[in-house]
Design a protein around this ligand. Structure first.
Ligand code: NIG
Ligand code: FE
Length: 417
């Protein structure tokens, strides 16, 4: 069935002319806004842009009126650790009194305190809690959402987490992308036997996960307090052998060789980059690896922001995400993250929109299908209650989304709008 989305003040297409990512100031700033047109969709796909003066011949077509609203590509949230349980408010308070994220991790808190909660939880508990969290993203216009494991850290518990994420994938109204992050930190059982845990990851978990299609990506936390670049090499070798795509948490607090390891394996994205060295910018420019920046983390931990301006000036494919997790970014508010990108990283409004749509889709290896409104792509949209896209970033912390459409289906509609 054909449907016309009519009367919108702006259609923010983020058009790429089929290139499917944006790099450099010129491309990122061109979000290609169309006015005086309606959007024709059919079978979950974008069929055409129809000039409003030619709507006459569509009198019998099903229509949805978006007067005084704008249409954006569905937002793509490409980095979360959403399937967790429990609160780490105590740690947050310690941090406010001067303890660092790394100090807390070294004293047995941090990721490991969430691991305890997750290990003690059932599939059902994790599933129900995650649904509530996913809904918060859907209400903000998110149509594709990545979720990492990484709070199980044993064979049994990592598989349990990935099974939960796959149940979410099967039952959610939006697209869920599962990522295996068994190498988040070394679990207490293998604190003194890293070799054994690496063997479990490389020879037991990765083969099982790949054979059972439980994850699309393999991610690692490459950092002084977590996994080394040599560990990263080993794990990525196994992941590639088994057909998983790669992501890496790296250059968050220290440069320990993660960036080079990720680029050597052609990772789809490298995430964080708060402390990336200037001499590494050119390596990223020459690659097709996306740089996923997470300003919510810098805000939440009160430390350096990634050098977004310089990365964009150096033609890097920059994407944005919340990194929603209980320890370093208990922030699921995309509008806040966008506001931080503007205020603290000096990204332009247009760059922020490109980074949260087409480039975050690229960071999930699906930008040929989603992330921009182009003929033939999926009909995934966020409908914002404003007449001008600038308001989305200007209204820091306020959710302007009133309707979320996934593959042509309305999956969220705000009451009374
Ligand atoms: O992306 N850096 C490592 N992992 C997460 C934090 C997870 C946690 O603290 O629970 C991050 O910042
Ligand atoms: Fe993360």
């Amino acid at each position: 069935m054909k449907t016309l989305l009519t009367n919108a003040s702006q259609i923010v297409t983020v058009n790429t002319n089929k290139k499917n990512y944006k790099r450099g100031i010129k491309e990122l700033n061109n979000i290609d806004i169309i006015t005086d047109h309606s959007l024709l969709i059919e079978d979950g796909l974008v069929l055409d842009f129809i000039p409003n003066s030619k709507l006459g011949k569509y009198s019998a077509t099903n229509k949805i009126d978006f007067k005084n609203k704008i249409i954006l590509p569905g937002l793509v949230e490409c980095h979360t650790h959403l399937t967790f349980l429990g609160s780490r408010a105590n740690e947050f308070k310690l941090k406010l009194r001067g303890a660092s994220y790394e100090e807390i991790a070294l004293s047995g808190g941090g990721i490991l305190s969430t691991v305890q909660k997750v290990r003690g939880a059932s599939h059902e508990e994790l599933l129900n809690d995650s649904f509530t969290k996913i809904n918060r993203f859907i209400e903000q216009g998110v149509t594709t959402l990545e979720i990492k494991s990484g709070y199980g850290l044993s064979y049994y518990d990592e598989i349990k987490l990935l099974q939960v994420i796959n149940s979410l994938k099967a039952e959610s109204k939006i697209e869920i992308v599962p990522t295996f992050l068994g190498a988040h930190t070394y679990p207490p059982e293998y604190k003194n036997d890293h070799k054994k845990y690496l063997q479990i990851i490389c020879s037991e978990l990765i083969p099982f996960i790949a054979n059972n299609k439980l994850a699309e990506f393999c991610d690692i936390f490459c950092e002084k307090t977590a996994f080394t670049s040599e560990d990263t090499d080993l794990i990525f070798t196994s992941a590639v052998e088994h057909g998983l795509k790669l992501k890496l948490h790296t250059e968050q607090f220290n440069n320990v060789g993660g960036l080079d390891a990720a680029l050597k394996f052609g990772a789809t994205s490298i995430d964080h980059l708060e402390v990336i060295k200037e001499s590494d910018f050119c390596k990223l420019r020459e690659s097709k690896t996306a740089a996923v920046l997470l300003p919510g983390v810098s805000f939440f931990l009160d430390y350096d922001f990634a050098p977004a301006r310089k990365l964009i000036d150096n033609d890097v494919i920059v994407a944005l995400a919340t990194d929603y997790n209980p320890g370093s970014s208990n922030i699921s508010n995309i509008s806040l993250v966008m506001g931080l990108a503007a205020l603290k990283m000096k990204m332009t409004f247009e760059e922020i929109i490109s980074a949260y749509t087409i480039n975050s889709a690229f960071a999930l290896n699906r930008s040929e299908r989603i992330g921009s409104i182009e003929i033939g792509k999926d009909a995934d949209f966020a409908i914002m209650n404003t007449q001008d896209y600038n308001d989305i970033i200007y209204n820091i912390g306020t959710n302007l989304n009133v309707m979320t459409i996934k593959k042509g289906n309305i999956v969220y509609s705000k009451q009374g709008e």
